[in-house]
Design a protein around this ligand. Structure first.
Ligand code: ADP
Ligand code: MG
Length: 227
């Protein structure tokens, strides 16, 4: 949408510069982390654990931010059956959900759902949404990932039974650094919006406070699609 394009445009030249810096800082960061790990945690080095935690946090911020820089570089758009993409990513996140007392549900559709996309990036978006869903359910619950085939667009819905989002805050989703979490970056949704926009798609949120949230991604189906 126009509004989200503007949110990204606001980042503009400075944002692209920041992405360049993030990229350059990542290598020495990885090396420092490696050396701290060599020092070993525990009694001998009581602060090593804290240093590693803080370094990991910097790394997370860099990685979420760097997802933005990639679309302009090597893109690898191909036709993928979203069933396979969603299956892989939900399998990957099962352990994460389990650790938070939650579970993920996804069932493949009968027929393939072809979308021309960069699978790695679509996976990243689904990971962001599922993680947000898990984090919205402090007492656990079910995250449902649903694929709806169609022509000219297909839909992926990620819904949770979490705390929900107040109506007057919905419009802030996707804004850089907008986060309500103590350890949040507020970059997950911004990168997700940008990736889906690059694929010619849209994202919509609907939410009921205290009941849950649904994020819906709409993507153009592949020209070669047979659904
Ligand atoms: P982060 O997860 O680091 O806070 P995000 O960009 O992923 O950053 O999300 C921004 C904010 O949007 C979150 O802090 C949260 O307040 C809100 N949000 C996103 N998804 C959900 C959800 N499923 N349920 C409730 N709130 C959500
Ligand atoms: Mg997040």
């Amino acid at each position: 949408s126009l509004e989200l394009t503007q949110k990204w445009e606001k980042l503009g030249v400075v944002g692209r510069l920041a992405a360049g810096i993030a990229h350059e800082v990542r290598n020495p960061l990885t090396s420092v982390k490696g050396f701290v790990q060599l020092l070993g945690e525990g009694e001998a080095n009581p602060f090593a654990g804290i240093i590693l935690d803080e370094l990991s946090r910097i790394e997370l911020i860099m990685d979420e931010f760097l997802m933005l820089a990639k679309p302009h570089q090597e893109t690898e758009m191909r036709d993928y059956d979203l069933n396979e993409v969603l299956h892989e990513v939900t399998q990957l996140l099962k352990a994460e959900a389990h650790m938070h007392g939650s579970r993920i549900r996804f069932r493949k559709t009968k027929n393939p759902v072809w979308v021309n996309c960069e699978a790695k990036q679509i996976k990243q978006v689904i990971i962001n949404f599922v993680k947000n869903a898990i984090e919205a359910m402090p007492d656990g619950g079910t995250v449902r990932v649903k694929l709806i085939s169609g022509n000219p667009t297909v839909k992926v819905q990620v819904s949770d039974e979490g705390v929900g989002i107040p109506a007057d805050r919905l419009h802030r989703l996707g804004e850089p650094f907008y986060s309500n979490k103590e350890k949040g970056t507020g970059l997950g949704l911004m990168t997700s919006y940008k990736i889906i926009e690059n694929h010619g798609g849209t994202i919509r949120f609907s939410s009921v406070e205290g009941e849950g949230t649904m994020a819906e991604i709409e993507l153009p189906c592949s020209i070669l699609a047979n659904n």
